[in-house]
Write a protein that binds this ligand. Structure first.
Ligand code: ADP
Length: 471
């Protein structure tokens, strides 16, 4: 039995801001049948403490850490075996895991997540009783200082380390003045270590010092080696390129399970959706979008290209929230055009109704490490029309002439990611929609595509096994 400690700053079903939480929540359950015991170290946010109630027991007393007492509680909740890093002065507060109510970073984020990494290293060094991991699986910058702290631990059988990058945009840049306070060694503060233009980069520490580095799709792994996508870390990643790979995320097949066996069953849900959104009945496809409204997601490009769908009876329903300018421009478009429905907000039930009743789902991201909504689209026979980048490129078999001729296509891919290319792709989708046999074939192929966690779990197992001699 292999033992892995997953170290994450968010985890479904307790606390979530992005795809990292889905991975952290799903992977332990998917690995269990493969004879891997994964436990999860999480910060003691109020949501996590509420979930474990009084069920936990203290397994490590850390004493004073950054101005308050800290301990590790072992507990079980939602089918997951947890170690909770309980430090009320760091984590028991209202607001998000990283931001306060005004959407500003918590000023003590460096201490909060350096603390998480220190605890991970302690567990890795065997400081909790009865359980010692073979490997530490670290997620994103919040856990990425762990290998540095692990080096300082005096322990013989140190565990191996794997860092997974869920989004290179978040790097954990910390003022160099905090070096001493965070207990980081001066010797590591070099260009070959975790120094980054005069500051500390937590993510760089993880990339340089972990035994393996992964990200959440093979294409994103390749893209990250380029200046266009690497956000300054492409050179560091290139140094590690032989130890760097991409493993796709899966989705929760129980939570995302269509209420029909074949896509013919969609009809009634489309009708419901049209009446819910107030969109008129037309003979073209109903496009849907479920997305954060941020620059990454390319929804400005989509809006510029959208005129292409209306001559073909196309319609669109968008759910999203985020950037105020994007919210405003989509809202304005919805107000003047009866075939555009816009709902600003975060609403999982409505997201599900959109994906159930829609004909096609649009994902025009500028970059997309893995992406989940195109996977929901596949499972529901809601044809994904996606930018050819990151995980979007890896999960859709494009309806190009070869894909159509072989009858294997599952969606449409758009390249380059420009307004013109999107206008043409949207028009093509409308025309394909009217070729009923072709469209049904796409839907059938899409719904047969494996999108659960099985394949990914096996790939992570191979990754853990590939580390022969940890450094
Ligand atoms: P990212 O993590 O960059 O936001 P992903 O596609 O990996 O992109 O994951 C987004 C997740 O958040 C999906 O589960 C999606 O359904 C959900 N989501 C995004 N925006 C909304 C929204 N406005 N309402 C409901 N769910 C949303």
């Amino acid at each position: 039995m292999m033992r892995i400690l997953s170290v994450a700053s968010e985890c479904v079903p307790f606390i979530k801001t992005g795809g990292l939480a889905d991975v952290a929540g799903a992977l332990p359950l998917a690995l269990a049948p493969l004879d891997i015991e994964m436990r999860t170290l999480l910060p003691g946010y109020p949501q996590v403490l509420a979930a474990i109630g009084d069920s936990g027991k203290t397994v490590l007393d850390v004493g004073n850490l950054f101005g308050g007492s800290a301990r590790v509680i072992e507990a079980e909740a939602a089918g997951l075996k947890l170690y909770v890093f309980d430090a009320p002065h760091l984590f028991e507060r209202e607001g998000g895991p990283y931001l306060d109510a005004q959407k500003r970073d918590w000023p003590d984020n460096p201490e909060r997540f350096a603390g998480l990494s220190q605890i991970a290293a302690m567990i890795g060094a065997g400081k909790v009783e009865n359980w010692r991991p073979d490997t530490l699986h670290l997620h994103d910058w919040q856990a990425a200082l762990t290998p540095v702290y692990l080096q300082a631990e005096k322990s013989k059988n140190k565990p191996a380390t794997v860092l997974t990058i869920h989004n290179i945009a978040f790097q954990g840049i910390i003022d160099a003045g905090l070096l001493g306070r965070l207990g980081l060694p001066e010797s590591g503060f070099t260009k070959d270590g975790f120094e980054y233009y005069g500051k500390i980069s937590a993510l760089k520490a993880g990339i340089v010092f972990s035994d393996r580095v992964s990200t959440v799709s093979p294409t994103y792994a390749t893209e990250l080696l380029s200046a266009e996508f690497g956000m300054g870390l492409e050179g560091v990643l290139r140094e590690r390129s032989t130890d760097f790979s991409g493993i796709l995320n899966g989705i929760d097949l129980d939570a995302w399970s269509p209420p029909y066996k074949t896509a013919r069953g969609k009809e009634k849900y489309k009708k419901h959706l049209l009446s819910e959104t107030g969109l008129p009945s037309r003979d073209g496809p109903l496009f849907v979008v479920v997305s954060r409204l941020s620059d990454q997601k390319g929804l400005d490009t989509l809006l510029e290209a959208l005129a292409a769908i209306f001559p073909h009876g196309g319609q669109i329903a968008l759910l999203g929230s985020g950037d105020p300018d994007l919210e405003r421009s989509w809202r304005a478009a919805g107000e003047v055009n009866p075939d555009i429905s816009v709902r600003i907000g975060y609403d999982e039930d409505y997201a599900k109704r959109l994906i159930t009743g829609g004909d096609a789902i649009l994902v025009p991201s500028r970059f997309e490490p893995c992406g989940l909504t195109q996977l929901y689209g596949l499972r529901y026979g809601t044809i994904p029309v996606v930018a050819m980048t990151g995980g979007l490129a890896d999960t859709i078999i494009p309806a190009n002439p070869a894909g159509l001729a072989r009858g294997v296509a599952t969606g449409l891919q758009v390249y380059p990611n420009t307004t013109d290319a999107w206008a043409r792709a949207l028009e093509r989708t409308c025309l394909l929609f009217k070729q009923k046999d072709e469209w049904r074939r796409l839907q059938k192929n899409a719904m047969q595509q494996p999108v659960g966690w099985d394949v990914s779990a096996a790939a992570y197992r191979s990754l853990y096994k590939s580390i022969g001699n940890p450094r």
